[in-house]
Ligand binder design. Structure first.
Ligand SMILES: [Zn+2]
Length: 323
């Protein structure tokens, strides 16, 4: 109460046009009305007051947007009729497990086919693979190269040990998806192995580059040692951040963070319990211990049982109903 009174003139009251909470003036003198016009160029209609710089940028950008060429070139390169689920692969690329530096090499060199392969840039006139020296070096050859088999075998074995069944082909090694047994599509790998694959590619690309630039011998052991060191670092970082949030919630008496999102991010490599403890799969810990030995520093609670007996993607058996 201000005890301040205003005399309203004896004139007809007019409806006010508003922009958010602000009054623009009498509605009949304002044009265009903020809520009378909508933009239909986006995912849903937005009126003028809902336009932000981000939405306006999206509208101006939309006529110039085209699908990345990789979405059409990869099925041709892989000689497959199967549909690659780009919409499902996209959200997997940026994960809390990895940073931009972890995914950038794969994103640029493999996904967008930017790698300087010898087919395009021959080394002293030789366009054969820098490892096997048998086939023309193309990006898709790396998935098949006999010299890279020892690099990919531990990854495929890890998938099988963690209960991921089915066939694994070049698309699994290059793009992180497996051919579906039911139709002509591919299914993305679960989040944890997908992130591990991108880190693996980071160090494969580093190793391949060093062969041609430093004349260094490619070593699958070195690639795996670096890959698992990085993966363990990132897992420990997630563990530390999550446990910090759990402790903060306990001190403040607030709701602790939900571990299900983090579990999905790492599944099936690790599971996070309500207390914020990380339980890793036995297969992953065995692989990490094999390559890191006593240098393995994984913040972990008791391990998960081996999931090999429980397929990751099980089929539904339909039986005839009985009355
Ligand atoms: Zn080769």
């Amino acid at each position: 109460m201000t005890n301040h009174y205003i005399d309203i003139p004896d004139t007809p009251l007019m409806e006010a046009a508003r922009w958010g909470r602000a009054v623009m003036g009498p509605a009949e003198f304002i044009y265009p009305h903020a809520k009378g016009w909508v933009i239909n160029s986006l995912d849903k209609p937005y009126n003028l007051t809902q336009l932000t710089v981000k939405r306006l940028t999206a509208i101006f950008r939309s006529p110039l947007e085209v699908s990345p060429t990789c979405t059409t070139s990869w099925p041709e390169r892989l000689k497959t009729q199967r549909t690659i689920p780009w919409d499902l692969l996209g959200p997997l690329i940026h994960s809390p497990v990895t940073t931009t530096k972890d995914i950038h090499s794969w994103f640029k060199c493999i996904l967008h086919r930017g790698m300087a392969v010898r087919r395009v840039f021959p080394m002293d006139g030789n366009s054969h693979c820098r490892l096997c020296d048998t086939f023309i070096e193309r990006i898709e050859h790396f998935a098949d190269c006999s010299q890279l088999r020892t690099t990919f075998e531990p990854f495929i074995k890890l998938l099988r040990d963690m209960g991921i069944t089915g066939q694994f082909d070049d698309a699994t090694r290059l793009l992180g998806c497996t051919p579906s047994a039911h139709d002509l599509t591919y299914t993305p790998l679960p989040n944890g192995p997908f992130s591990l694959l991108l880190i693996l590619w980071k160090f494969i690309i580093l190793g391949l580059t060093e062969v041609d630039t430093n004349n260094t011998k490619y070593s699958a052991d070195k690639v795996w040692r670096l890959t698992l060191t990085r993966m363990v670092e990132r897992c420990n970082a997630l563990c530390y951040t999550h446990q910090l949030r759990v402790r903060r919630a306990m001190i403040r008496g607030t709701t602790p963070p939900n571990p299900s999102k983090l579990t999905k991010t790492l599944a099936p490599i690790a599971r996070v319990d309500r207390e914020g403890h990380f339980h890793y799969s036995q297969s992953f810990v065995m692989l990490a211990r094999q390559h890191l030995g006593d240098n393995l520093r994984l913040e972990q609670a008791p391990q998960l049982p081996d999931a090999a007996s429980k397929p990751f993607s099980s089929t539904i058996a339909f039986v005839k109903a009985t009355t």
